[in-house]
Design a protein around this ligand. Structure first.
Ligand SMILES: [Zn+2]
Length: 453
């Protein structure tokens, strides 16, 4: 058992200054509260629960700087032209490249305040489309990268079978394709490595009957799916299935707390209310949705409906809890032309948007990952983030304002507010350093050199 005394400790009930924490040898929180514990090690700063990242495609980290220019022959850039660029990069990746890109992404995640991640992993086969001798080759590279960094992982191996509704897969989707038996075999193998979510890619990529067959074959555990990211996709779904994606899932798939609907950007009032009622999680990826020009989630009404959400770094163009929450908040402000639209007066005894967004996202993220994370409480995993009171954004702040200062001003030049990060009782980042960072960086740079020229 290890004991800590934090200057400021954020529990569900609010801040304790100081707060005490006992952590078991296997990395779980045994106790957290105001009662002093003998021989406790001091932690200077603001100690928060680590944030679960509910949606990542780790290898997209390798597109930073290369996918934000106008593609040749394109007059207008959207998700679809970006996807062509991404496919070209993806088609050349070898298993060791996948591992190197994922390790860099996960290193960036822990340094950005994420202590666990749901990896929505869809590149399964060799570049020519034939399966590897070990069907789980690529999935196991993701697990290896997560272990090397020390981030918690819920692997979401993706089922991908079509190029659109009623359309066969495209040639450049050959590395993704599995039938139901192959997919279930992969899921079974990966369960031996840790928590697994089933992940039908989307209603575009998984025919309705196949999706229903998958749900019948895997009746328990988390389910992740992309839904309603683009208006074109909503139209395709209306034409092909007679309903918008979220509408169809509500009517046919039994949405409940197992489900995470990634994006859910373009939804009607009825879909918004249905999603909230189901207790499913909306998987918001505000930086990626902004980068791709997708649109804005209807957060104010959804919160009024009692809806749950978490955040995901998705395309991993910028990886940071504070930046993700700030983009979410600012997107709402720009749309409504008001400030603080996510906070209801008197909410949770705080009117702090930073606190409201952070608390909602950590709870929704923990539900999405189906792991005991997202809170500092007995029985949860000891996943902690320590904000440095000496970082520029936090100078002169108190526990009352620290989360707003981090979320709104955490991008201030100088040292990042995230100073130390613990996952499952082990410090993976100390004084902003990870013990494997040089090796991870070197391998990442080698992949970038080899694949971009
Ligand atoms: Zn995605």
């Amino acid at each position: 058992m290890k004991a800590y005394r934090a200057d400021h400790l954020l529990l569900d009930a609010g801040w304790l200054s100081p707060g005490y924490l006992a952590v078991t040898a296997d990395g779980l929180i045994a106790a957290a509260g105001a009662a002093p514990i003998a021989r406790a090690e001091g932690i200077a700063g603001y100690v928060l629960p680590g944030m679960p990242n509910l949606h990542s495609h780790a290898f997209h980290r390798g597109l930073v700087g290369w996918a934000d220019r106008l593609a040749p022959g394109q007059a207008v850039e959207t998700l679809w032209s970006w996807r062509e660029t991404m496919y070209r990069f993806m088609l050349a990746l070898e298993p060791e490249d996948m591992e190197a890109l994922a390790a860099q992404a996960y290193l960036d995640m822990v340094r950005g305040g994420f202590t666990s991640v749901a990896e929505f992993h869809y590149v399964h086969h060799q570049p020519d489309g034939r399966p590897y001798a070990n069907l789980a080759e690529m999935s196991e590279r993701i697990v290896a990268a997560a272990r090397a960094v020390g981030i918690g992982l819920t692997l979401a191996p993706v089922l991908y079978a079509a190029g659109g509704i009623g359309t066969p897969p495209q040639e450049d989707q050959r590395r993704f394709l599995l039938d139901l038996d192959g997919y279930l075999a992969l899921v079974e193998t990966m369960r031996r490595h840790g928590t697994v979510a089933i992940a039908p890619h989307s209603l575009r990529a998984v025919p309705a009957q196949l999706l229903l067959g998958l749900l019948a074959a895997a009746p328990e555990g988390p389910v992740h799916i992309h839904a309603a990211e683009r208006t074109e996709e909503v139209e395709e779904c209306r034409a092909g299935l007679g309903a918008a994606p979220v509408e169809w899932l509500l009517a046919n798939a039994g949405l409940d707390q197992r489900w995470t609907l990634v994006h859910a950007t373009h939804i009607t009032d009825a879909e918004r209310a249905g999603l909230a009622r189901a207790g499913a999680v909306a998987g918001l990826c505000p930086l990626t949705e902004a980068n791709l020009g997708d649109g804005r989630f209807r957060l104010r009404g959804y919160r009024r409906d009692g809806g749950r959400f978490g955040i995901g770094s998705d395309a991993n163009t910028l990886i940071s809890v504070a930046d993700e929450l700030r983009m979410l908040e600012y997107g709402q402000r720009l749309h409504h032309r008001q400030r603080n639209v996510v906070v209801a007066p008197g909410e949770e005894a705080t009117e702090s948007p930073g606190r409201v967004l952070f608390d909602a996202a950590r709870r929704g993220g923990a539900q999405a990952l189906a792991q005991p994370v997202g809170a500092i409480a007995a029985g949860r995993r000891a996943d902690l983030v320590v904000l440095d009171p000496e970082a520029p954004a936090l100078l002169g702040q108190t526990e009352r304002t620290a989360l707003d200062a981090w979320v709104i001003s955490g991008g201030m030049a100088g040292a990042s507010p995230v100073r130390d990060v613990m996952v499952a009782g082990r410090w993976v980042v100390r004084d902003r350093r990870h013990e494997a960072e040089e090796k991870i960086r070197e391998r990442f740079v080698a992949v970038m050199r080899r694949h971009h020229s």
